[in-house]
Write a protein of this length. Sequence first.
Length: 233
Amino acid sequence: MSKRILVVEDEAPIRELIALNLRLVDFYVEEADSAEKALELIEINEPYDVAILDVMLPGMNGFSLCETIRSNNNSIGIIILSAKSQEQDKIQGLSIGADDYMTKPFSVSELLARVEALCRRVNRAPASGENTQADRIQSGIFALDRKSRILYKQDKAIDLTQVEFQIMELFFENQGAALVREKILEGVWGENYFGDVKIVDVNIRRLRMKIEDEPSSPQHILTVWGYGYRWKG
């Protein structure tokens, strides 16, 4: 079944160009010219795998739309498109739940590659009937269930986005090892990802808010200064 993509962009030529290229590689695409229309489509239609959101929309902007979508759905992949290239805008978009951020003008082929990478993260749970020890990894008071794609802390479920889950999966597979930012970037976003390594730092910050008792003094996701991060269960 074709992956379902929602393109939210008020400039018709850009929206139609994105949609056309996605359809050419067999994605099912629906279009919206406003955040309000996008939310209407999300409510009445089957779940989307990826949403591509422009920031400068009439009415509700793309950041607010991203936050609204993410508050109800941790599984959907979200890519923000914006003419704004300032660092704080990128950080804002990633902090509120976007998985990726591209500035205009952008390469359509690169956008397609990022959409495909996000789609690979959706519904990655093992097929029904596969039940191995590796489906659940324990680390101290934490357990990572690969089948349900849920992280548990003392048996309490913690909702993670697909990107956050993959980062935790990488940590659990390399417990105690210091992981350089570039390794995390490659392991989660793919070796052909051309974005800023800062996307790792923003997602780590989000993860700490979710799993640490005191995010400002983390005990589990530890910073290895000048290098990257290390997981301690």
